[in-house]
Design a protein around this ligand. Structure first.
Ligand code: ATP
Ligand code: MG
Length: 195
């Protein structure tokens, strides 16, 4: 059985909080790969600010030095609202029955799973790895506990929202995102117009 991690998100933009969570989950659970899956349109959130192609390219540039990391455009290609169940089914087909899929979630995302579409079908398809996130309390429904592993990582109090706000205010995002991500954002003038 090989373990495959999936980290879904808007990645608007990707930052070191995402990367550290993925790397620690990979190491702790011996995952063969971690696949970053940028959403087309997240079901429970506002539309991302950057275009799907830009968010995909940002992820691609951020993970290129890590041989265990991959990015998938399956949700962007599918379009519309992105549901984890559809993504799990698609990746399971791609990786075969011998793959055990782990959905990696920060504490905030894990607290929302009860609202997911067809959540009752997810345990047949994969397991959850939940990591701590500063300022977010974890309130996971106990019925998912048998399918959930918890992983303590160094808390990085970084969010994409904070990064977008800092850019709008002309503040530095150095050391919050990899240099390649900062370069892409600057070159494509992302996030700089005030709402
Ligand atoms: P936004 O502020 O736009 O919501 P975000 O920083 O929360 O962005 P998302 O793309 O929404 O990033 O998150 C994708 C996944 O990564 C979620 O499971 C989320 O919990 C997790 N995650 C994001 N930031 C961190 C962090 N700093 N530490 C741990 N997990 C994180
Ligand atoms: Mg978020």
């Amino acid at each position: 059985m090989i373990g495959i991690g999936i980290l879904g998100g808007a990645f608007d933009p990707i930052h070191y909080g995402h990367l550290l969570a993925a790397e620690r989950a990979r190491e702790e659970f011996g995952l063969k790969k971690v696949i970053f899956v940028p959403t087309a349109s997240p079901p429970h959130k506002e539309e991302p600010e950057a275009a799907p192609q830009d968010r995909y390219r940002l992820v691609e540039s951020a993970i290129k030095d890590n041989p265990y990391f991959l990015v998938s455009d399956c949700e962007i290609k599918r379009g519309g609202k992105s549901y984890s169940k559809d993504t799990l089914e698609e990746l399971k087909l791609e990786w075969g029955e011998s793959a055990q899929i782990f959905l990696i979630l920060g504490a905030d995302a894990a607290s929302d799973i009860a609202a997911w579409k067809k959540i009752e079908e997810i345990p047949e398809l994969g397991r959850f790895i939940v990591v701590n996130r500063p300022d977010f309390a974890l309130t996971i429904d106990r019925i998912y506990l048998p399918y959930t592993r918890f992983l303590k990582i160094p808390g990085l109090d970084i969010s994409s929202t904070e990064i977008r706000n800092r850019i709008k205010q002309g503040q530095s995002i150095k050391y919050l995102v990899p240099p390649e991500v900062e370069e892409y954002i600057t070159a494509h003038k992302l996030y700089s117009t005030r709402a």
